[in-house]
Design a protein around this ligand. Structure first.
Ligand code: 4NP
Length: 163
């Protein structure tokens, strides 16, 4: 048996982007039969929405793609750097906040990166845009970015890749 590889997806509120990334990645992992190899979670750098379920617009776009979002929002903390192997920020602001948290940890276990570091279509802008104040089309766009980034992320981590 292998110890599961633990990934934490982080955005600002933990109600729009990161629960979607968590749900999409978990779905891809299940579809690949790799459930036992990975554990996923999500969190927000802010605390405003702690305890809330995913935003209905994120839940709706996920559902249209056959994915059920789960969980309640929580705030990211320094302990996450000891408990996860990889922490993926949705945007540059989230990344900066996480860097500050990481500084309070002696020897972090987790590697920190941007989700869009894995996006094969990302150019200069490596942030997943914040859809909170926009319309439903913003959530469709976020889904596409998150989905193709998660496919590439899993391919980069999948121990069976290339077999
Ligand atoms: P998220 O979106 O970071 O993708 O969950 C947001 C959710 C809430 C707020 C901003 C962004 N807010 O300002 O409350």
């Amino acid at each position: 048996m292998h110890t599961p590889y633990r990934i934490l997806f982080v955005c600002l509120g933990n109600i729009c982007r990161s629960p979607l990334a968590e749900g999409v990645f978990a779905h891809l992992v299940r579809a690949s039969g790799l459930d036992v190899r990975f554990e996923v979670d999500s969190a927000g750098t802010g605390a405003w929405h702690v305890g809330e379920p995913p935003d209905p617009r994120s839940a709706a776009v996920a559902k249209r793609h056959g994915i059920q979002l789960e969980g309640a929002a929580r705030q990211a903390g320094a302990a996450d750097f000891s408990e996860f192997d990889l922490i993926l920020a949705m945007d540059a602001d989230n990344y900066r906040e996480l860097e500050e948290l990481r500084e309070s940890v002696g020897t972090p276990r987790a590697e920190l990166a941007l989700l869009r570091d894995f996006d094969p279509e990302a150019r200069d802008d490596r942030s997943v845009p914040d859809p909170y104040y926009g319309g439903d089309d913003g959530f469709d766009r976020v889904f596409e970015i998150v989905h193709r980034s998660c496919v590439a992320l899993l391919a980069s981590l999948d121990p069976m890749e290339g077999r």
